[in-house]
Design a protein around this ligand. Structure first.
Ligand SMILES: O=P(O)(O)OC[C@H]1O[C@@H](O)[C@H](O)[C@@H](O)[C@@H]1O
Length: 309
């Protein structure tokens, strides 16, 4: 008598729940117990847990959960700008909008990336958006949780406007770390960076890795496709692999900046590092009908793993 192995059902591995404001959140699971939670508020990944149930994304204990406000933590999607380059809202406005689930994603989304579960989200610019950024666009996001626990974000921006536009983009990824003083980032050595703490002056990275002993807010330019964030105390390494995202932002506010960050606890800088796959330095130009694609894959491995970046 033959045994039939249980078949993992991708669709059944998705659950829709409501958040504190009644907005839908999509929970993805894999057969080993890893999970991810994505809010339709901003298409923001709010949680990514490994098969031990450990949270891998930082969320501030002071995060404000209000409509039209991105929660401080997780992975806010920054579009059509990262930082402040012209449009009114720092890091763009789509992170504050309600997205929809895309039930009929285009055929080119057929590549499943080894996902055990995934969701397709869509944001289409509205009449109201045109008042702050006068271009119509479609922004698609697929979030996939793989069988091995990796998390993949794929984005597509399509110009559905009569004229060209330029934009910047970032996955504003907040990673949990045990103690920022014990963290090193590898893969950015010898590269040029713009220092946001020195009016975007250009420097060249001199160290053999980035370590933290005060505030860091930099944009590394023309970076390799893979970088590693090593958390010595927790014996864990995050690896970020990316496509279409040449730049990397590294940010840790160190002590809380009292001026703006009411949604960030005093000592929380110790447990967080932001490392963002981004396209910033050279804005992306899209003519009418053209499309841009970007991808980021997050992996977490024990630090004993030898990495081939
Ligand atoms: O407070 P916000 O808008 O979420 O931004 C937080 C930080 O985001 C970082 O990535 C920027 O480089 C910083 O300059 C900024 O302070």
């Amino acid at each position: 008598m033959g045994h039939s192995a249980p078949v993992w059902d991708c669709r059944a591995a998705i659950e829709i729940t409501k958040d504190w404001n009644g907005i839908d959140q999509v929970v993805l699971r894999n057969p080993k117990g890893a999970s991810a939670r994505i809010s339709l508020h901003g298409g923001q990944v709010c949680s990514w847990r490994n098969d031990q149930g450990e949270e891998l994304l930082f969320t501030s204990s002071k995060a404000i959960f209000k409509p039209a406000k991105a929660m401080r933590g997780g992975i806010p999607i920054c579009f059509p700008q990262f930082g402040n380059c012209g449009t009114p809202e720092q890091h763009g406005f789509v992170k504050n909008k309600i997205w929809t689930i895309d039930e009929n994603p285009p055929l080119y989304m057929a590549d499943l990336d080894g996902a055990s579960s995934f969701v397709d989200l869509l944001y289409r610019s509205s009449e109201e958006d045109l008042k702050c950024w006068p271009y119509s666009f479609e922004l698609r996001l697929r979030v996939s949780l793989r069988y091995d626990g990796d998390l993949i974000l794929r984005s597509r921006v399509r110009n559905i406007n009569g004229k060209p536009f330029a934009f910047s983009f970032a996955y504003h990824t907040h990673l949990v770390v045990s103690d920022i003083s014990e963290v090193r980032i590898e893969g950015l050595e010898t590269l040029d960076f713009l220092d946001n703490l020195c009016h975007k002056e250009r420097f060249t990275e001199q160290g053999d890795a980035i370590t933290f002993e005060s505030e860091v807010d930099r944009v590394y330019l023309n970076t390799p496709n893979a970088i590693a964030i090593l958390d010595h105390e927790r014996k864990r390494t995050y690896v970020i692999r990316k496509e279409g995202l040449p730049d990397v932002v590294v940010w840790n506010p160190w002590e809380k900046k009292s001026k703006a960050m009411v949604d960030f606890g005093d000592e929380e800088y110790k447990q967080m590092v932001c490392v963002n796959g981004a396209a910033l330095e050279r804005p992306i130009m899209l003519k009418p009908g053209e499309e841009w694609r970007g991808k980021m894959k997050l992996t977490v491995v024990p630090s004993s793993f030898s990495l081939d970046l």
